[in-house]
Design a protein around this ligand. Structure first.
Ligand SMILES: [Mg+2]
Length: 371
């Protein structure tokens, strides 16, 4: 099999009527700007991928056309070098895996190991809502089938977030698993920047969170504060989660060497493709630790990370970005012919189709393609 074409197309989906105010951005999102990569082969198999970058990846096509799409480790090294020059090219690598699994006529999760065909989804909220609103939200998502929810702690005073957690825990009792994401792994100027935590603050927060049976505390400190995370981890019974924007095996190796994390969250669209995410899952498995990939890019990114999570034995939850009314599958999955939905028991299923198991909604995309 040979690659005959590699192209990228940019799509902009507007949701001006309902801007989304995530904790990780100091300005609202009013549209989703997504680059979709497609790789065609001489056997008629096409692979697709998308991530969180806008790079015109089609310009690197000559490095791949004419080559065997299944030589993924070789392509990975080319992509690693491209990453130095023009950002994160990992949607190309994801498209290659899509081709490999389509060639094998199995879902990608099966090609990678096939541990399970469904994962328990946690509802990953993205905004800070008022206490009463958040309680109402969580009760509603529980009624939709979710058995786990992640709350954001990002107010300048974390005690405000703690009150919300207290109210949510009282409302749901022990019927739901609760995670907390502080989102202090990285930040932009203009963000609630002065609120970001040092080790002492993080220790004070986790001491409180232990009383609420929180499953993990995510990104309580700057992502490269390896020692601070390790110190925090030593002083709490809570699992410490992170790594969503880290890239390459070497950065993750430092986390392992320092003992910084309990839950590893590489996102294959950021970390170095399916190849790196799967290897990090194996490193975590060897250390007796958990893997639960970050998925918050778009529906195609979620679809790819779902496949990696379902392939391995140490992924207890998959992140399901969902925070109505401002973040809903209609926005997240705008490029997909079929939106990703949980079942009534809170599971997200690996699509029973070869590859990533998702298709582009070409009719919709034709209307929103940009130069
Ligand atoms: Mg996060």
């Amino acid at each position: 099999m040979k690659i005959t074409e590699l192209r990228s197309r940019r799509f902009v989906f507007n949701h001006e009527d309902r801007p989304f105010h995530p904790t990780w951005r100091p300005f609202p999102e009013r549209h989703q700007d997504v680059t979709v990569v497609e790789i065609k082969t001489d056997e008629g198999i096409t692979g697709i991928g998308a991530g969180g970058v806008l790079t015109r990846l089609g310009s690197v096509a000559p490095l791949f056309v004419g080559k065997d799409p299944l030589a993924i480790e070789e392509h990975w090294h080319t992509l690693r070098s491209i990453a130095h020059l023009m950002g994160r090219p990992w949607p190309i690598e994801i498209a290659l895996w899509d081709i490999a699994a389509k060639k094998a006529c199995v879902p990608l999760a099966k090609l990678l190991g096939g541990f399970t065909d469904k994962l328990l989804a946690y509802c990953s909220t993205g905004e800070i809502h008022g206490l009463e609103q958040r309680v109402e939200d969580v009760l509603r998502i529980r009624s939709e089938g979710f058995r786990a929810v992640k709350l954001r702690f990002h107010n300048p005073d974390w005690r405000i977030d703690l009150k919300t957690l207290d109210a949510v825990r009282k409302a749901v009792g022990d019927s739901m698993t609760i995670m907390v994401d502080a989102n202090w792994g990285w930040y932009l100027p203009g963000d609630r920047t002065l609120g970001h935590w040092d080790v002492k603050t993080a220790r004070a927060v986790v001491r409180e969170l232990e009383r609420y049976d929180v499953f993990w505390i995510e990104e309580p400190l700057y992502a490269y504060d390896y020692d601070g995370l390790a110190e925090l981890r030593e002083h709490t019974t809570l699992r410490v989660a992170g790594g969503e924007l880290n890239a390459g095996l070497h950065e993750f190796q430092v986390y392992f060497d320092k003992g910084s994390l309990d839950v590893y969250q590489p996102d294959c669209t950021f970390a170095g493709g399916v190849t790196v995410a799967k290897k990090v899952a194996g490193m975590a498995q060897a250390a007796g630790l958990l893997f639960s990939p970050h998925t918050w890019t778009n529906g195609l990114g979620l679809a790819a990370n779902l496949q990696v999570g379902a392939a391995v034995p140490n992924c207890p939850f998959i992140e399901f970005p969902y925070d109505p009314p401002n973040w809903v599958p209609e926005y997240r999955d705008f490029m997909l012919a079929e939106q990703l939905r949980i079942d009534g028991d809170g599971y997200l299923h690996v699509p029973d189709r070869p590859g990533l198991g998702v298709e582009l909604d070409e009719a919709r995309l034709a209307a929103i393609e940009r130069a």
